[in-house]
Design a protein around this ligand. Structure first.
Ligand code: NAD
Length: 297
């Protein structure tokens, strides 16, 4: 069985790595958080003292880090892993980062004779736990096929978006739409509630009507409507406000670079910035409903 190095064991990385353990891959893991490492040690993974140690002799190197600067640091920084990766290994970065950063790291990997795929994911922490993530890949088709068995242990759908960086562009478009949908869903639910509707009843009506969307079906922002989403556990876990803000910033950069108008994406980015400034940066992104109804704070 192949050896996999997995770096970045947060809300997404930990359940993804656990699914690789369940699929009997030999895992060597590293994260800055001792708590995150313990979870993987309990599942049988080998905990390493550094990212460099984790990648040694690995057949696949997977990273799931917060943002571009973390990915650049982990691969290309002073303690970067690129020189330590085995010649035959395939690099798969699942973080959501700027397409330009994905291309920069991939070029550095190519210069060392290594191949790299950008493979950002959709499906949230529930999808990561259930092993039903959607992967959006940028890179060569031959490398996609090399990655397929490993990705299939963590997700159920794999799309080839195009060349290196294209996976990130697809992910940025998707997350801009997700942010817009979450704000709109929160706004509509709050309007109904302040006018006397039960949020559960309103959610059921809209799920079967023309306002139906992913947030209503899988990630309702109103506390208590869905039992196992962040809204029903005080907006803990899930997808952080500051990570959504980062993705909307990536959308803004992509729009500026190619003269695209994204008025709703920009409005959504500003709403998330205000929400973060109000102290909600580490809460799940569905907590944006608190900006419409302070009783939900
Ligand atoms: P997170 O903040 O929960 O986890 C990130 C992990 O990376 C942390 O455990 C942190 O300690 C670790 N880390 C940071 N720097 C490191 C370093 N130098 N070396 C080793 N470990 C390091 O974030 P997350 O929610 O798991 O998201 C990870 C990525 O996936 C982000 O790019 C995010 O945008 C994307 N994403 C998240 C979700 C979601 O629902 N949470 C869904 C899809 C995509």
């Amino acid at each position: 069985m192949s050896h996999i190095a997995f770096i970045g064991l947060g809300n997404m990385g930990a359940p993804m790595a656990l699914n690789l353990c369940k699929a009997n891959y030999a895992l060597r893991v590293f994260d800055l958080s001792a708590v995150a490492l313990q979870t993987l040690a309990d599942a049988g993974a080998t905990v390493c003292d550094s990212a460099q140690q984790a990648v040694q002799d690995a057949d696949y190197v997977i990273t799931m880090l917060p943002a571009s600067r973390h990915v650049e640091e982990v691969y290309l920084g002073a303690q970067g892993i690129l020189p330590s990766i085995a010649d035959h290994a395939l690099i798969i970065d699942c973080s959501t980062i700027a397409p330009q950063t994905a291309q920069k790291v991939a070029q550095a990997a190519n210069a060392r004779g290594l191949s790299m795929l950008d493979a950002p994911v959709s499906g949230g922490t529930a999808g990561a736990q259930a092993g039903t993530l959607t992967f959006m890949l940028g890179g060569a088709v031959a490398e996609l096929e090399r990655a397929r068995p490993v990705l299939s242990a963590m997700g159920k759908t794999i799309f080839h978006a195009g060349a290196v960086g294209a996976g990130q562009t697809a992910k940025i478009c998707n997350n801009m739409l997700l942010g817009i949908l979450m704000v709109g869903t929160a706004e509509a639910l709050n309007l109904g509630v302040v006018n006397g509707l039960d949020p559960q009843v309103l959610s059921e009506i809209m799920k079967s009507s023309s306002g139906s969307n992913w947030a209503l079906h899988h990630y309702n922002p109103y506390p208590g409507v869905m039992p196992s989403v962040p809204a029903s556990r005080h907006y803990t876990g899930g997808f952080g406000v500051d990570l959504m803000r980062k993705d909307l910033g990536l959308a803004a950069e992509s729009a500026l670079a190619n003269n695209a108008a994204i008025p709703l994406g920009e409005l959504t980015r500003h709403l998330y910035t205000l929400h973060s400034q109000a102290g909600a940066g580490s809460l799940d992104f569905s907590s944006i409903i608190q900006r419409f109804n302070t009783a939900l704070l």
